[in-house]
Design a protein around this ligand. Sequence first.
Ligand SMILES: [Cu+2]
Length: 466
Amino acid sequence: MTGWTRRGAIGAAGALALGGPALAQTGGTPLRVRRDVAKLPPNDPDLAALARAMRLMNARGDGLSWQTQIDIHATYWGQHGTWRFLPWHRCQIYWFERIVAQLSGKADFAMPYWDWQATGRLAPVFLDPSSPFYHAPRNPNLASFDFVRSREQLWNGDWANVFQGSFNAFAGFVGDSGAVETSGHSYVHVMVGGDMGDPATAPRDPLFFFHHANIDRVWAAWQSRAEARGVIFDDAWLAEPFDMFADERGSNAPTLTTADVRATAMLGYRYDLDYPFQWFDERPPTAPAGKTRRTAVGTKPYRFTLSADPGVGAPLRLPLPADLVALLASDQSQRFQVSGVGHVRTTDMQVAGSAFQIDVQRIRKDGSTDSAPVAFVLPFIGPHPGPATTQPAAAPAMPGMEMSAGPHEHSFLFNVGPEIYDATGKEAAVEIAVTASTRWVKTSTDPAPTISGLELDLTLTEYAWT
Ligand SMILES: [Cu+2]
């Protein structure tokens, strides 16, 4: 294991950028600046260059073709469901950016990003049918879709893990995905739908590159804070090689490792704006004088079972136990936390390509509600296509939830908790209302899967300062 500090990373980056054969920039070249597409006029030079390159790439059949970008992503290289997710996609956008710069003649082209959290809306340049970045197969309701009805929802209620957790919790494990992949990333893929809803076809939609530039930006912003916190990165992750891309000549791009791409400056670019999430800077509750450690001193499980009508759309209201409500209402010092897992079940066996949408609402004593859904459960999209020899039997595609298939049913898990009680001083719920619905992400004439059961397992944890 190697710990590398902010200072160490920048020092190493300089050395590698000068010495690495694949990286053309020199110390004197200014960094390319990737900007927010929503703030660019339609005639912006980077957007115009991208449109020009798209036309040329679509007309080609060689390594510089658009189809090559689709094929590279459609092949399974362990780029989903593992810790290769972040560096692999950083490399794809990097080499794509170089191809666009080459074909468009705009040498300083920088791939714009789409910040789905900034406004919650798809940027207009994707919605106008006359725009080169419009893509007809997307979900038809995108013009009015709000991607951040709840900001927590995008991160599946798990922002503490996303932004304050360990390296692995954020970026993934050797054989499992991290929070950045399963939450905001997959959520956007699935909600955009159409080609974006399937890893085999996602780069057909130009939005793919804008979306992944934004994911890349989340990584860059997270990392600047993680390094300041002294997060330890794994040597095996830094050594992961990426050699499956096409360079700006359409030839096999030279191999880059995670270590070669671990800072955007090493690849010659930066983002115009760091990620302005307030929860990047969240801190644990303040310790009382003389105390330093907050530890769990007890837990109490609660289990609720709801039976759902087929295709339920109306909320199922669920009173919380009186002792739980009383405890939360009396909590003046962030002693308690509610967390839990929800299970939604279906006996329909054909679920690939569908979305399960779960909305857990908090209802307070005075009847007011927090109306934001906190868990949009993502669909299982199907195994990643690719050579059978390299595809693990259970390769998760874009895992938005855990899924287990019993003999006669599928069961999906989602996180609950902060919407009931988040210990930030908001009044606790006395009741929750759960709404569940399903729909197809891809067009299908079959009826959407029917929900046959819904359960919540809540755990109340009590903390003490020592
Ligand atoms: Cu991908």
